[in-house]
Design a protein around this ligand. Structure first.
Ligand code: ATP
Length: 944
C-alpha cells in the first residue's frame, strides 16, 4: 500500500494494510461498525478531514481576465488612436478615445463575469448524493459530507464518491474507466487480498471515488475522501480540460473577425479618401479612419452572445431543465425529434393497482394512491375476499420488492414512496388484501436478490423461511413483464394446487394482459419457485445467475396498474407538433400499453401506427428502420441499449435528436444523441453524467420548454445583431456625403458622436434584445437547420438595407432640417459655429430616436410589434431612458459641447424627434404586413 493511503489511515488511527483485513478488521481499523458512525463522530471527523470535495483548480485570476479585455487587437488600436490624438495636439480627443476603450473593456468584462456566474451557479444545482448508514439508519446525504469511516451503500448506476473498502457485495461490477481508462467493468468483492503485485485500482475489494457502479450492489467503508482519494490525485488533469466553445460562440468569433477586417479596410479607404478628396490633414484623417473602424467593429458581440446563452440556461433551470454545456442551448433550438421514454416522463409514475388476474378469476382493486385504503373484490362479487391463491400472489408481490411506503409526515401530507413506484403499488396491493409484507419478510427472510434490469425485464428474490434449509423449502419469487415471466413458467396455481402450464393458460393470461394493456395499464406477472433437493442449485449463493434461478417457475397471476399521463404533457405534445418536432416513444413497457398511452396524449394520431418491439428491432436492417421511422411508430419492450440504434438511424436521416434516459444502459444513447436528457429524480448518476441536460422534475413538458428557450436564445441573438449592425449605415453615410461633397456638406456626425452611439446609447437596448422573452409563435415554425448560418442574407438585408437605410435617411433629414429651420439651408453649408453644432446634434439625436423605433421593431420577425406588448421587456425601457439621458447630457452639459460638437436643441426640434420612433415603426409595420400577405398568398398557392 502506498504512502498516501497510509497517511489517510494514520489519520483514522490505524496504519494496517486495508486490503488484507477481514471485514471485522476493516471496521476496527477505521473506527466504525456495520451500524455506521454516530453523528457526533461524523462531525468530529468532518472537522479533522474536511469536506469530501476536490479542490477546484483555480481558473485565471480575475485581473488577468480583466486585462484581456484591454489587450486584444481592437483595444490596442484604440490605445494607439488615443496616442495619435495627443500627438496631433487634440488631447481631449485622445482622452475620449481612451475613455471609450475603458468603458468598452469594462462592459465586456462585466458581461463575461455575469455569464460565468450564471453557469457556476448551475453547478451548485447539481449536487451528488450518497446513501450511507449512520447511527444504524440508512440516509441519503450530500456526497461532500462523507467522512472516513462512513458506511456507503452502492447500487447500479451510482457514482462512488470516496475511496472505500468493501464489506458486502452482490454481483458488484464497477466501471473504473475514469481512473484506469479501461472501459470494461471490473468485478469487485469483499474478500481479503494478500498479493503485493497489484496496483491500487486492481484491488478487487476496494472501490474508488469518481468511478461508477455498473451492476450489482454493495456496502463499503470509506477510508479516503476529497483530495486524498485516488481520483483527487489525478483531479488536476481532468479539471484542466478547457470549457469548449459552442458553435454559436465560434461563429461569433469568426463574424467578429470578418467584420473587423472589413472595418479596417473601410477605415483605410476613408483615410485615403479624406486626405485625397477632402484634403483633411493626416492626423485628423487618421482619427477619422479610426472612428470608422471603431464604429464598425462589433466588439461587444461575443460577450453579449455568451451572456445571452448563459441567461437562457438560467431561464431553463427555472423551468425544470438544467443544462450542462452552453452549446446545448443552441442544439436544443434545432431539435427535430424527441425520443422519450414513458414511465415517469410522459406519465406520473404514480402507480395504483386496479386489477388482478389469476387463473381462476379476476379481481378489481379499489382505492387510489399509496395509502392502503381499499379492497380487492372478485369479479362478479361485491365483497372483498382473499383466498389462498390470491394470498400467495400477494405474498410474492410484497416480498419481491425493495420499495418502502412512507406515512404522511411534515414534508408530505400523503403517503409517499421510497424506491420504485411500481413496487410500492404492489406493497399497497398486498396490504389491501390483508398481507403484511414486513411480517412475511420476517417469516421468510430475504437472503439474496437478482436485481431488476431493463433488459431482462424482471427481478427475483430468494427467501429462506424459518426452519427451511437452503435446498429444501427456500422460495424464489419472480416478478416482471408478463411475457418474460410466463415463458419461464412450468406450472401454475389454481385452487391451491400446482398444475402443469399449458398453452391454453398462457393464451388466456396473455389475452388478459392485452385487455389491460389496451386500457393503458402496466401489467406485471408474479411467479414463484420452491427449491428442493433436486433443484441442483450450486451451494454457494454468489454463484447464482438469472439462468439458474429463474426457471421452472410457478405462475401466480397478473397485476395491472394504472399510471395516468402527466396532465401537462398533452399540451406539450401539441406544441411540439406545431413546432415541427416529432416525438417517438421508446419504452420498456408492453406494446399495447405504450400505444394506448401514446394515443391518449396525442403522440400517435392515426390507427395505423406501427409498434416495433425489441426483438423485431434487433433484426431490422438500417434501411428497414429508416422506412419505419418515416411513419408513425412506437418502440415497446426494448432494452435501453437499443435506443442507441434508433438514435443513430435518426441522425443518419439528418435529424437532430434529443433522447431521454435514466439507467446505466441508457448512457451510450445519451452520449450519442445531440441532446442527452437524464432524469433528475429517478435517473442514475451515470445517466446524469452522460447527459447534456437534466430534468429536475423528470417531466416531458420541461424538454419542450427547454426547446422553446433554445429557439428564443438564438432568435434574440439574431435580433440584437440586426440592431447592432444597422446603426453602421447612418454612421457611415455622413462621412460619405462629406467626402463626396468635398466639404460643401460639413461632416454631419463627428467621430465622437459615432462613438457615443456605439459605446453609449446602443449598449443597454442591445442587451435587452439579447435577453428578450420568447416571441409568440416561436413554436409555430419548423426547427431551423443546424447548418444555417446565423447571419444569412435576409438578416443582413434587414440590418443594412432596411433599418440602416431608414436611420441614415432620417439622420440626414434631421441634419438638413435644422439648417432649414434656422434659415441657413444653402450650399455650402456652414461648417462651424452654433448652427453646425446644433445640426450635428440633430443628426445624432435623430439616429438615437430611430434606434428607439428599431428596438421595438426588432422584437418581432413577422408579427406586428404591438403583438409582443410594448412594455413587457423592462430592460428595453431602461435602455430608452438611458439613451435619452445620455443624449440630454451631451446637449445640456456645456463642458462636453466642445468634445462632442454638441449644442442644446430647441423644443420644436425635440417635438420632431419624438415623432421619429413612430415613423420607423410605421414603415416597418407596413413591410411586415406586406411580407405576411405575400406569405399567405404563397401558402394559398401551395394549397391549391
Ligand atoms: P420506460 O422505458 O418508458 O420508462 P418502463 O419503466 O416500463 O418504461 P422498464 O423500466 O425497462 O421500462 O421496464 C420494462 C418492463 O419490466 C415493464 O414493463 C414491467 O413489466 C417490468 N418491470 C418494471 N419495473 C419492474 C420491477 N421493479 N420489477 C419487476 N419488473 C418490472
Amino acid at each position: 500500500m502506498g504512502m498516501q493511503n497510509d497517511t489517510q489511515l494514520n489519520a483514522t488511527g490505524n496504519n494496517k494494510q486495508l486490503q488484507r483485513l477481514s471485514v471485522a478488521g476493516v471496521y476496527e481499523a477505521l473506527g466504525t461498525s456495520d451500524q455506521g458512525l454516530s453523528l457526533e463522530e461524523v462531525q468530529k471527523r468532518l472537522n479533522e478531514h474536511g469536506k469530501n470535495i476536490l479542490r477546484e483548480e483555480k481558473g485565471q485570476p480575475l485581473i488577468v481576465k480583466l486585462l484581456a479585455n484591454f489587450t486584444h487587437l481592437m483595444a490596442i488600436l484604440l490605445w494607439a488612436g488615443g496616442v495619435v490624438g495627443f500627438i496631433a495636439k487634440m488631447p481631449e480627443l485622445g482622452i475620449a478615445i481612451w475613455l471609450v476603450n475603458v468603458i468598452n473593456g469594462l462592459f465586456s468584462f462585466f458581461q463575461e463575469f455575469r455569464a460565468e456566474k450564471a453557469t457556476a451557479a448551475l453547478k451548485q444545482l447539481l449536487p451528488t448524493y450518497a446513501r450511507v448508514v449512520r447511527d444504524g439508519e440508512e440516509k441519503r446525504i450530500p456526497a461532500e459530507d462523507l467522512v472516513p469511516g462512513d458506511i456507503i451503500l452502492l447500487c447500479e448506476g451510482d457514482r462512488i464518491s470516496a475511496d472505500a473498502r468493501l464489506v458486502q457485495d452482490s454481483d458488484l461490477r464497477v466501471d473504473q474507466s475514469t481512473l484506469t481508462g479501461e472501459s470494461h467493468p471490473v468485478h469487485k468483492a469483499r474478500n481479503e487480498i494478500y498479493r503485493d503485485d497489484l496496483t491500487r485500482a486492481e484491488f478487487s475489494n476496494m472501490v474508488f471515488a469518481g468511478t461508477n457502479v455498473a451492476a450489482g450492489t454493495g456496502m463499503a467503508v470509506i477510508y479516503a475522501t476529497g483530495m486524498n482519494t485516488e481520483f483527487g490525485k489525478i483531479a488536476g488533469l481532468t479539471q484542466s480540460l478547457k470549457n469548449e466553445e459552442s458553435p454559436l460562440q465560434k461563429e461569433m468569433r469568426r463574424i467578429t473577425k470578418v467584420v473587423s477586417a472589413m472595418a479596417v479596410s473601410i477605415g483605410i479607404v476613408f483615410f485615403i479618401a479624406a486626405v485625397a478628396l477632402a484634403g483633411t490633414d493626416l492626423a485628423e484623417s487618421f482619427i477619422f479612419a479610426m472612428g470608422m473602424i471603431v464604429a464598425f467593429v462589433p466588439e461587444g458581440l461575443l460577450p453579449t452572445v455568451t451572456l445571452s446563452l448563459a441567461m437562457g440556461v438560467q431561464r431553463m433551470a427555472k423551468r425544470g431543465a438544467l443544462i450542462k454545456r452552453l452549446s446545448a442551448v443552441e442544439t436544443l433550438g434545432c431539435t427535430t425529434v424527441i425520443c422519450t421514454d414513458k414511465t415517469g416522463t410522459l406519465t406520473q409514475n404514480q402507480m395504483t393497482v386496479s386489477d388482478v388476474w389469476m387463473p381462476r378469476r379476476g379481481y378489481q382493486v379499489t382505492g387510489t394512491g399509496y395509502a392502503a385504503e381499499g379492497s380487492i373484490v372478485a369479479e362478479g362479487s361485491k365483497d372483498a375476499s382473499v383466498d389462498a391463491d390470491l394470498a400467495s400472489l400477494l405474498t410474492g408481490a410484497g416480498l419481491c420488492n425493495n420499495a418502502r411506503l412512507i406515512p404522511p409526515n411534515g414534508e408530505s401530507p400523503r403517503w409517499t414512496v421510497l424506491g420504485d413506484p411500481t413496487e410500492a403499488a404492489l406493497l399497497v396491493l398486498a396490504q389491501k388484501g390483508g398481507i403484511d409484507p414486513a411480517e412475511q419478510a420476517s417469516l421468510a427472510p430475504h437472503i439474496r436478490e437478482l436485481p431488476f434490469d431493463s433488459s431482462r425485464k424482471r427481478m427475483c428474490t430468494i427467501h429462506q423461511p424459518q426452519g427451511a434449509s437452503f435446498d429444501n423449502g427456500t422460495i424464489v419469487y419472480v416478478k416482471g413483464a408478463p411475457k418474460e415471466v410466463l415463458d419461464l413458467c412450468a406450472s401454475y396455481v389454481k385452487d391451491g394446487k400446482e398444475l402443469e402450464m399449458d398453452e391454453a393458460l398462457r393464451d388466456s393470461a396473455m389475452r388478459a394482459n392485452d385487455r389491460y394493456a389496451h386500457k393503458g395499464l402496466r401489467v406485471l406477472a408474479v411467479a414463484r419457485r420452491r427449491l428442493t433437493k433436486g433443484s441442483a442449485l450450486p451451494s454457494s449463493l454468489s454463484a447464482y445467475t438469472a439462468e439458474l434461478v429463474e426457471k421452472e417457475l410457478t405462475f401466480l397471476g397478473l397485476v395491472a396498474m394504472a399510471d395516468p399521463p402527466r396532465p401537462e404533457v398533452a399540451e406539450a405534445v401539441v406544441k411540439c407538433h406545431h413546432a415541427g418536432i416529432r416525438i417517438i416513444m421508446i419504452t420498456g413497457d408492453y406494446g399495447l400499453t405504450a400505444l394506448s398511452i401514446a394515443h391518449r396524449i396525442g403522440i400517435i394520431k392515426t390507427d395505423g401506427a406501427r409498434v416495433i418491439n425489441g426483438v423485431e428491432l434487433e433484426k431490422m436492417s438500417e434501411q428497414e428502420l429508416k422506412e419505419a421511422l418515416s411513419g408513425e411508430v412506437v418502440f415497446a419492450r426494448v432494452a435501453p441499449e437499443q435506443k442507441l440504434q434508433v438514435v443513430s438511424v435518426l441522425q443518419s436521416m439528418g435529424h437532430v435528436v434529443a433522447v431521454t434516459g435514466d439507467g446505466v444502459n441508457d448512457s451510450p444513447a445519451l452520449k450519442k444523441a445531440d441532446i442527452g436528457v437524464a432524469m433528475g429524480m429517478t435517473g442514475t448518476d451515470v445517466a446524469k453524467e452522460a447527459a447534456d441536460m437534466i430534468l429536475t422534475d423528470d417531466n416531458f413538458a420541461s424538454i419542450v420548454n427547454a426547446v422553446e428557450e433554445g429557439r428564443t436564445v438564438y432568435n434574440n441573438i439574431r435580433k440584437f445583431i440586426v440592431y447592432i449592425f444597422n446603426s453602421n449605415v447612418p454612421e457611415a453615410l455622413p462621412f460619405i456625403l462629406y467626402l463626396f461633397s468635398r466639404g460643401a456638406i460639413p461632416l454631419p456626425l463627428t467621430i465622437m458622436q459615432v462613438l457615443s452611439i456605439d459605446l453609449g446609447t446602443d449598449m443597454v437596448p442591445a442587451i435587452a434584445l439579447g435577453a428578450d422573452l420568447p416571441e409568440k409563435g416561436i413554436m409555430d415554425n419548423p426547427p431551423r437547420s443546424q447548418k444555417a448560418p446565423l447571419l444569412n442574407g435576409s438578416v443582413m438585408k434587414r440590418a443594412f438595407l432596411w433599418y440602416g437605410l431608414i436611420e441614415a435617411v432620417i439622420g440626414m433629414i434631421g441634419f438638413a432640417l435644422l439648417y432649414h429651420l434656422h434659415g441657413q439651408f444653402h450650399l455650402p453649408l456652414q461648417g462651424t459655429g452654433e448652427i453646425y453644432r446644433m445640426a450635428t446634434t440633430m443628426t445624432l439625436a435623430a439616429i438615437v430616436f430611430s434606434q428607439i423605433g428599431v428596438v421595438f421593431a426588432c422584437r418581432t420577425t413577422r408579427l406586428p410589434a404591438v403583438h409582443r406588448g410594448m412594455f413587457n421587456n423592462k430592460i428595453i425601457l431602461v435602455g430608452i431612458a438611458v439613451e435619452i439621458s445620455l443624449l440630454s447630457i451631451l446637449m445640456y452639459f456645456p463642458p462636453l459641447h466642445e468634445l462632442f460638437n454638441t449644442a442644446p436643441l430647441e423644443l420644436r426640434e425635440w417635438a420632431i424627434l419624438a415623432v421619429i420612433p413612430f415613423v420607423v415603426l410605421l414603415l416597418d409595420e407596413t413591410r411586415k404586413a406586406l411580407q405576411r400577405s405575400r406569405r399567405n398568398i404563397r401558402a394559398c398557392g401551395e394549397k391549391l
